[in-house]
Design a protein around this ligand. Structure first.
Ligand code: M6R
Length: 653
């Protein structure tokens, strides 16, 4: 179906979610009213067709996509019947420099750019995208993986094709060429090639053969078309084009579109016409810009009082001592009759799940297990129809978490999501769930998503505890405590000078140990992960008492040991663990409560935290650890927002 630029039907995208009135709806309502604001993936795509010179537009788009994590970048233009491609390993700035930093002679009004995160082939100039066919007439950029590329390549090699890269994407370019040479037009050639492909893709193809169009296609990797006036854009997420247009068409899996400067025609891969609607993106430019902070990570750490507030807004009913979560309302029966809850996730979201296990078991008294999604998906877990599986994901696109969702669903379990990105795949495929409403998280190291995930887990716990018999009086106490968290986080954030000084002192350490017990053991894991990710210092998180079963051998006067030691029921036990470290001259950095008068005698540094109810403590205790890793990375001069080898969302296995 055609989507002319002057015939738009707009949906006010995600308006309800903006005011925190809705959580997950049924899948049907989802497709009708909820759409991805921004999907976060490895690799980035931007393309332009219109009247303007596309080079600056593409470079700007590539810069906006940098947060995804990538290791090379490239640009291709079709002009005067020729295809020009320039690509460089490293950052977009390298590519811009290579193009003469604004003084480039390269120009044209049909072009596309890509940031690549290497899967097949080393991250170098040659393997960067765009790739092209044997005649250098067809160019392609591709997010995703062509799983059967080797068998296609073998067939093409037999036909005489010569390849110059190690990528799976180049194979697809040659396959499209081979279909084109059989007399098909470009869009048919792309569709025929894709029908031979197993794997995932968000891709854009352009060619000197038909220099007035892009062919774009999606399967498992987001792609949208930005609609302009006499010009159109393609992108892997809206942040790349939102400075030019807010009007977008989202492609769904299995769709292919032909995009000219005035028109968009979408079909299925089998050439059946598809009606698409032009929608409006609510994403504000300020949300994806740094707003005066040196790094996105610091901005996002500082946003936490507000993001935690947003996670509970309209949901936490303090006077009733209860919680209302629209996206779980239809699921209450299943949640209350669940034999157990299985939480599955990756990375930071998995750490949030571990804290959730403490909350759900100790407060709501529901047996809960937590498992890495990457393990869950392949171990053929024994699931029951009355198990509820809870997926936690910031991006809603993590490949392992999505596969775990499908595995659980296939076994008949109810699947619920705790997700940040509205309309992401996990949100859409869940039976219900709760958005954390943290807003775009750009820094690769997850910070505000973690505390919002914990806040939502606290809300779910309180809601279930009340439904399972907790008194209103007790509910009010917990609800008040949850409501007080944003101010307490704000208070902790004032303490940056002390944390900066600690970072300066230990910036050359080779190893760090993080210890915690109970619900703070996952905080130790998360603190260690943050440090590893952005400062590249080896760090391990351990349950404090486990230390004597091995890691204690590492402790000497060079080992900084961060201990989370709030005044809770196991305070004395953690103090004993601190003594064990101290006896071996370890350097103790304690995260302790403001009214703890004993700790200063044992620790070299004490970072003070306001008191809260034990199981909500992780929401506060992680804040100084985020700041510590941030200032360590700054002191070491690493790339805070785009650490090496990492991507914001891991959409491949
Ligand atoms: O988007 P998700 O929450 O599913 O991502 C899961 C992990 O990839 C993510 O938390 C990762 O560990 C972060 N880089 C942690 O800072």
């Amino acid at each position: 179906m055609t989507c002319p630029a002057d015939g738009r039907a707009f949906f006010l995208l995600d308006l309800m979610a903006l005011f925190h009135l809705v959580d997950f709806q049924t899948p049907y309502e989802y497709l009708g009213h909820q759409h991805p604001q921004k999907a976060l993936h490895m690799c980035g795509i931007i393309g332009y067709i219109g009247q303007k010179n596309c080079v600056p537009i593409i470079l700007e788009g590539l810069r906006r996509l940098e947060y995804r994590g990538y290791d090379s970048a490239g640009i291709a233009l079709v002009s005067k019947d020729s295809l020009s491609v320039e690509k460089k390993a490293g950052k977009v700035s390298e590519l811009a420099k290579h193009l003469g930093n604004g003084s480039s002679t390269l120009s044209g009004s049909l072009g596309m750019g890509h940031t690549r995160w290497a899967t097949h082939g080393a991250p170098n100039d040659v393997n960067a995208h765009p790739d092209w066919d044997a005649q250098k007439k067809i160019a392609i950029i591709h997010n995703g993986i062509i799983e059967n590329y080797l068998s296609i390549k073998t067939k093409l090699l037999r036909e005489g094709h010569v390849f110059h890269t190690d990528t799976d994407t180049e194979v697809l370019a040659h396959l499209i060429q081979s279909m084109y040479e059989r007399g098909n037009d470009l869009s048919t050639a792309v569709r025929l090639a894709l029908s031979e492909v197993d794997g995932t893709y968000g891709l854009v193809v352009m060619s000197v053969h038909e220099p007035d169009k892009f062919i774009v296609a999606r399967k498992g990797s987001p792609l949208l078309i930005g609609v302009g006036d006499g010009e159109n854009y393609v992108a892997s997420d809206a942040s790349a084009i939102v400075s030019h247009t807010r009007h977008v068409v989202y492609l769904e899996d299995g769709e292919v579109a032909v995009v000219t400067k005035d028109n968009i025609e979408t079909t299925t891969i089998d050439a059946l016409k598809v009606h698409k609607t032009v929608e409006e993106v609510t994403l504000e430019l300020s949300q994806i810009e740094r707003g005066g902070y040196d790094h996105f990570m610091l901005k996002e750490i500082n946003e936490q009082p507000e993001t935690i507030r947003n996670a509970m807004r309209g949901r936490l009913l303090v006077d009733e001592g209860n919680v209302k979560l629209g996206g779980l309302q239809n699921m209450m029966g299943r949640l209350l009759s669940a034999r157990r809850i299985v939480i599955t996730a990756c990375g930071t979201s998995w750490h949030a799940g571990l804290v959730g296990e403490y909350m759900l078991e100790q407060i709501a008294k529901i047996p809960t297990e937590v498992e890495y999604a990457s393990e869950f998906r392949y171990r053929n877990p024994l699931m029951n129809i009355d198990d509820v599986v809870l997926l936690i994901s910031q991006s809603g696109e993590t490949a392992d978490t999505l596969a775990a969702l499908r595995e659980a669903k296939g076994k008949g379990s109810t699947v619920l999501g705790i997700v940040n990105v509205v309309g992401s795949t996990i949100a859409r495929e869940s039976d219900g769930g709760v958005y954390i409403h943290a807003g775009p998280e750009i820094g690769v190291a997850s910070t505000k998503a973690f505390t919002s995930q914990l806040t939502v887990l606290a809300l779910i716990t309180l809601m279930l505890a009340r439904a399972r018999g907790m008194s209103q009086e007790d509910g009010i106490v917990l609800a008040k405590e949850i409501a007080s968290l944003p101010d307490k986080v704000q208070h902790i954030l004032k303490n940056t000078d002390q944390i900066k000084a600690i970072a300066e002192k230990y910036k050359n350490a080779k190893n760090f140990l993080y210890l915690g017990r109970g619900a703070n053991f996952p905080v130790a894991l998360e603190g260690a992960l943050k440090l590893k990710e952005i400062s590249y210092i080896h760090a391990e998180g351990y349950p404090a008492a486990e230390m004597k079963h091995g890691p204690i051998a590492l402790i000497d006067e060079n080992m900084p040991v961060v201990v989370i030691v709030p005044r809770d029921g196991i305070y004395d036990k953690v103090i004993s663990n601190i003594q064990e470290v101290k006896a071996r001259k370890g350097r103790i950095i304690a995260i302790a409560n403001e009214d703890d008068t004993e700790i200063a005698n044992m620790a070299e540094h004490v970072i003070r935290i306001p008191r809260t109810y034990g199981f909500f403590g992780p929401i506060l205790n992680i804040i100084p650890l985020q700041l510590l890793s941030y200032y360590m990375a700054v002191a070491r001069g690493t790339n805070v927002d785009q650490p090496r080898n990492l991507a914001k969302s891991v959409t491949v296995e």
